[in-house]
Design a protein around this ligand. Structure first.
Ligand code: SI3
Length: 301
């Protein structure tokens, strides 16, 4: 894995990218649907990512999310990911017709993984959105016997008991444990997270990098200060109402790159939201005035 500015040692085994946009530098794991969650399910098929896509340039690795509601569609996406040279695939649990037991979910994942047998496979655990609450710790028990390409887990849940047990019970494996609750990342690092994937790293990269550096230096008090600072921002936007549309609006605000409007059924974030966020980012010293770019806020919000 190549080195890049802002790379920190705990992120060794995770497939990762370094993102540098203006003053925002961060290294984080890349599941392309995270920065572009509209790609998840509905959009990917119509607009498949390619590893030569401008967004993928300079990335260390590209892991493509191929989850879908139908097994066949998921397998087709997995094959396509292999054909275009992805470094791995990730899959969420199907959530309309849900798997109700660990064995059923494993069988579904196994069939998807088998469609791209040369690619590392990641399970994307996000029960708040899928409604599939099978504990990750149970799922990981013996998973490589069923899915030999299993490489790791993206864990987007606040259950740190479950996350900790995933790490603790798999110490002999070289799995990637990628954490997805940005406001709790420090706790997950203590538990053994090897990487992170999250929406806020697209614009809070610098503060997150500083937290990771402090953690690496074992300056836990400073790391906690950074985590609290990040929490203050996330707490603020959660109270205003925070989701994919708002993420797009903030990314446009910070980067100046128009992210485009969200697709139905999502509604674009209001101008009032964007204005409040801009003021908050400045008051928390996340951004100076010059960091903010003149993006096309209409297109991006
Ligand atoms: C439920 C959810 O959206 N979680 C986010 C977090 O990054 C989240 O936005 C952040 O922790 C703020 O709560 C990620 O884990 C998932 C994500 O970014 C994605 O799939 O697009």
């Amino acid at each position: 894995m190549s080195k890049a500015p802002g790379i920190l040692a705990p992120w060794k085994r995770a497939p990762s990218i370094s993102v540098q946009k203006g003053s925002q530098t961060a290294r984080h794991t890349c599941l392309p649907e995270a920065p572009f969650r509209n790609c998840l399910l509905s959009v990917y098929k119509a607009n498949p990512l390619t590893v030569t896509h401008p967004w993928a340039e300079g990335l260390d690795q590209v892991v493509i999310h191929v989850g879908a509601l139908s097994l066949k569609e998921s397998q087709e996406l997995a094959q396509h990911a292999a054909e275009i040279g992805a470094d791995g695939i990730a899959v969420i649990a199907p959530f309309f017709l849900k798997p109700w037991s660990k064995d059923v979910l494993i069988n579904f994942l196994k069939e998807v993984a088998a469609a791209a047998p040369a690619l590392p496979f990641y399970y994307y655990h996000i029960p708040a959105l899928t409604g599939v609450k099978i504990r990750a710790e149970e799922l990981l028990d013996g998973i490589q016997d069923k899915i030999p390409t299993f490489q790791g887990l993206k864990f987007s849940d606040t259950d740190l008991l479950d996350f900790g047990q995933c790490v603790d019970q798999n110490r002999q494996q070289q799995f990637a444990f990628l954490f997805g609750v940005d406001e709790q990342l420090l706790s997950a690092l203590v538990m053994g997270a090897t990487g992170a994937v999250g929406s806020t790293y697209n614009y809070l990269g610098r503060k997150t990098s500083q937290m990771l550096e402090a953690f690496e230096r074992k300056d836990f008090s400073l790391a906690l200060n950074y985590q609290f600072c990040i929490q203050r921002f996330i707490n603020f936007v959660v109270k205003l109402g925070f989701g994919v549309s708002q993420t797009k609006a903030i990314m446009t605000l910070v980067s100046g790159i128009p992210m485009g409007p969200p697709r139905l059924p999502l509604q674009k974030a209001s101008r009032e939201f964007t204005d409040s966020v801009e003021a908050k980012l400045k008051s928390l010293d996340f951004l100076s005035f010059t960091d903010l770019k003149d993006g096309d806020l209409e297109a991006g919000s």
